[in-house]
Design a protein around this ligand. Structure first.
Ligand code: FAD
Length: 436
């Protein structure tokens, strides 16, 4: 008997939508199930009172995002729809923002680092550049840094005023647990901060376009996925369905819960929760010099890890004359804040932000609190140690996609995982056309 579906994709984030799009291009018949009422997952954008609020991802890059750019090219999207931000990142040190973080100019201006720390950084990056091929973003288990954590490979200023604020503020990582290899691979791939971009009209730009190309049911949660002798069975809401292949394109802990038979790697992948407080302001505010983002080291502030000036990231994000800043809770404070109400989260983070963005409380029109139970995947030693085995496992009816696949803290890894799963399926099954 033919299954109800050829391919069922669970999750309409970037990984699931890109997988569906690519499989469809190969002649497979695909249906995507999404539990939320909108597509996009952690790249969703809210539109409220003329403000365009990026609830998850903030930016992408000109380099190191090859799978994303391939998708954009497939969809006929020109670079002008992914404008350069054109401003840098600053780090807070002893009462001041220090500019040029993640930029060669920072080696001269300091970027908050002592001379010794800058020399350490040059040594670390030169070493990694010489062995660049070993720092493949697709193979986090093969980097020369093995399972050493960020805190183990970088000490003093280099840790406190560069690697901790970047990985804490942007990825929500705990540097005593997160391995350094995937961070260095990501930094080498992306290059200087001047190459950073954002999507026109909101970070959901690409997921919205992809969703127009594929069949998606929103508001339908998949409850369980079981392998059968001929494929897989899933329960979509309350409806049991069969499929030749199911691709679980959800964060690893969700995939492991839906499909307990998943490989050990899926069970071991860890995510860090994150909280973003987006402040819709009646005017743009000063702070962080000309930078569009300010990383706040944990040694300077245990509660607030970063500020993004959304109106500088892209002026189209706010109504004429208005402003918007996003406050990111620090990895150490998230656990304590997650269960608090929106008002308490706003009160705590805005009080901390006043130091970096003077006048923020006064200019506030309203706030949006976003809690990400699964913020970004964190490369732990346990996950890295068994990822190699996961990467070469045989193709089976339940496959996976998602940013955790290569343990890279970036939407690019969601796009890349779609290419990997589609290649795997192409080598294992003949294309089946709709109704076939
Ligand atoms: C605060 C934050 C900031 C970030 N900043 C950046 C950045 O600046 N640049 C960058 O490149 N990346 C950034 N990222 C990472 C990026 O957002 C993610 O890597 C990417 O969006 C992950 O896509 P995904 O498809 O793997 O997962 P998701 O986007 O999580 O998609 C999974 C989807 O599955 C759905 N789902 C879950 N359970 C079920 C179920 N049972 N049934 C059906 N559907 C289900 C979810 O609703 C969701 O839509 C950031 C992430 C966060 C949280």
């Amino acid at each position: 008997m033919s299954p109800d579906l050829d391919v069922a994709v669970v999750g309409a984030g970037l990984a699931g939508l890109a997988t569906a799009h690519r499989l469809r291009a190969q002649g497979r018949s695909v249906h995507v199930f999404e539990s939320a009422d909108q597509v996009g997952g952690r790249m969703r954008t809210l539109r409220q009172d003329g403000y365009t609020v990026d609830t998850g991802a903030e930016m992408l890059s000109s380099s190191g995002y090859q799978a994303t750019w391939r998708l954009l090219a497939d969809l006929g999207i020109e670079e002008e729809h992914v404008p350069l931000i054109g401003r840098g990142i600053a780090v807070w040190r002893e009462g001041k923002p220090r500019k040029h973080v993640g930029d060669l100019r920072g080696l001269f201006s300091g970027a908050g680092l002592s001379t010794a720390a800058r020399l350490n950084l040059v040594g670390m990056l030169s070493n990694a550049t010489l062995r660049r091929r070993s720092y493949s973003v697709d193979r986090p288990e093969r980097t020369p840094l093995g399972t050493q954590t960020i805190a183990e490979v970088a000490r003093g200023d280099l840790h406190d005023y560069l690697l901790q604020p970047l990985s804490g503020g942007f990825f929500g990582w705990d540097t005593s647990v997160a391995c350094a290899g995937p961070l260095v691979s990501h930094m080498l791939a992306v290059g200087p901060t001047k190459t950073l971009r954002s999507y026109d009209g909101g970070m959901d730009f690409l997921t919205r376009l992809l969703a127009e190309q594929v069949e998606v049911s929103t508001g339908v949660a998949v409850r369980e996925v079981v392998t059968t002798s001929t494929g897989a069975r899933l329960v979509a809401d309350k409806t049991p369905l069969t499929a030749r292949t199911v691709v679980l394109a959800v964060p690893a802990p969700v995939a492991a819960e839906l499909h307990p038979e998943a490989p050990e790697y899926v069970h071991l992948c860890r995510y860090q929760p994150m909280i973003k407080l987006i402040c819709l302001l009646d005017r743009p505010l000063t702070g962080a010099g000309r930078a569009f983002a300010l990383a706040v080291p944990a040694v300077e502030n245990p509660l607030l890890a970063g500020v993004v000036f959304d109106d500088r990231k892209n002026p189209d994000r706010v109504p004429e004359g208005a402003g918007m800043v996003t406050l990111v809770a620090s990895p150490g404070s998230v656990a304590g804040l997650l269960d608090q109400g929106d008002d308490e989260i706003s009160r705590v983070l805005i009080a901390e932000a006043e130091r970096y963005v003077p006048g923020v409380a006064h200019a506030l029109r309203s706030t949006v609190v976003v809690r990400h139970q699964y913020g970004l995947p964190m490369p732990t030693a346990e996950a890295i140690a068994i990822r190699g085995r996961f990467a070469v496992r045989p193709v089976v009816p339940v496959e996976y996609a998602g940013d955790w696949y290569t343990l890279r803290p970036s939407s690019e890894s969601a796009a890349r995982s779609a290419e990997i799963v589609v290649d795997r399926l192409a080598t294992a099954v003949q294309p089946v056309t709709a109704g076939g």
